[in-house]
Design a protein around this ligand. Structure first.
Ligand code: DGJ
Length: 377
């Protein structure tokens, strides 16, 4: 065999080996290793999915090995898929900045729960995420924003901040705004304390600095208006805030939801004109029971509907925590509940719990399935 033939053979063999590792998937197996088209477990935790021009794009936290793998060591990863089973690794959409560069998103900061929406007017893809500054644990509680002209990036970091500085929620009255009671005057978790939380104890504390913004999601309504929903006030209360027409800032219109309810991991859909919100409680990386809420207007009032999960494992959300609810394109009333089964000892090994979510008698319902497929119609 001459050198040219040998080279051709080597190329054929390499292609064969590479393809051998990429299996074609035709179903979803929650909690199992989910190989991407390159054969590697998908690395997009705390993520969300954007459907754009016939394709799905899954954005999520790119974790690394070990405990420190929960920090932003690499950035936000993105995968694409046409069928929601087979995902192609499109690389790192938002890269962390170099260590010690002084950037707010430098390596070692914390970037969690990234979500991307598309702005049809500006033709920009807009990514928002929860940002914690390096070496400050979870104290910064900021929201960060990045943009790109291309769905898969690269995304350019714009800024981070605490939202709605100097602005009261729309569902607050003047009596609440004029209160003088302070955190130190009250015993936590008493009825009196709970009442004061609902009437703005922490909103007032953070009024000048801006409101804390941790676990988050985004939602674009039918009229193109976008909303940012985040755990605020020491994770005690959710805030739902309107974004500006370019999706790059907050308009200042916002409400509090479930004050003192300790909700994290918000995920939202609109179904037959009503808004449904699924959240978790606050137990760090450990799972707890999911909660659900419904409202006729995005501005509330939001009514509690209890745990949407049913059957064995429902009390711990099947050992996972919500991150997003994906309406499947072209399939009426078909929703995928997306959640994370965290593995904080080895962050990269976190698993994905994707399950069908239905709305039955006006309530979201999520049931465990070992393996499932989307229906044909
Ligand atoms: C629960 C949150 O939902 C996660 O995103 C992460 O912030 C962990 N807490 C950290 O303990």
């Amino acid at each position: 065999m001459n050198l040219k033939n040998l080279l051709v053979l080597a190329i054929i063999c390499t292609c064969f080996i590479q393809n051998a590792s990429a299996q074609v998937l035709s179903s979803i197996s929650p909690g199992q290793i989910w190989p991407d088209q390159q054969g590697k477990h998908i690395n997009a935790h705390g993520g969300g999915v954007l459907f754009h021009e016939g394709k799905y794009y899954w954005f999520g936290e790119h974790k690394t090995e070990g405990k420190s793998g929960n920090r932003a060591n690499v950035g936000v990863g993105v995968y694409s898929s046409a069928d929601l089973y087979n995902w192609n690794n499109e690389g790192i959409a938002l890269k962390v900045a170099k260590e010690n560069s002084g950037s707010e998103i430098e390596k070692g900061s914390i970037i969690e729960r990234p979500k991307v929406i598309y702005n049809a007017k500006t033709k920009k893809f807009v990514m928002w995420f929860h940002l914690e500054l390096k070496n400050q644990s979870y104290n910064a509680a900021r929201t960060g924003v990045a943009t790109s002209d291309k769905v898969t990036g690269p995304y350019t970091y714009v800024k981070s901040f605490r939202p709605n500085a100097g602005i009261w929620p729309m569902n607050f009255n003047d009596a609440w705004k004029n209160k003088t009671v302070k955190e130190a005057d009250l015993k936590a978790w008493t009825d009196e304390w709970r009442k004061e939380v609902a009437e703005g104890l922490f909103v007032k504390r953070d009024l000048q600095k801006g409101q804390m913004a941790r676990d988050m999601t985004l939602f674009v309504d039918d009229d193109g208006k976008a909303y940012h929903i985040y755990s605020s006030e020491e994770n005690l209360t959710l805030h739902l805030a309107e974004l500006t027409a370019d999706y790059l800032a907050f308009t200042g219109k916002y409400i509090t939801i479930e004050p003192g309810g300790h909700n994290e991991a918000p995920a939202i859909i609109k179904h037959q004109g009503k808004y449904y919100l699924v959240t978790s409680g606050c137990t760090g990386w450990d799972p707890n029971a999911a909660r659900s809420f419904v409202a006729d207007s995005i501005w509330g009032p939001w009514k509690s509907l209890g745990n949407p999960c049913v059957g064995e494992g429902a009390d711990l959300t099947f050992k996972s925590q919500s991150t997003f609810i994906l309406p499947v394109a072209g399939k009426k009333d078909t929703y995928i509940f997306m959640a994370d089964r965290w593995t904080p000892e080895n962050a990269i090994d976190g698993r994905y719990i994707w399950l069908p979510m239905t709305i039955e008698d006006g309530k979201p319902v999520i049931k465990w399935q070992d393996n499932w497929k989307l229906t044909k119609e």
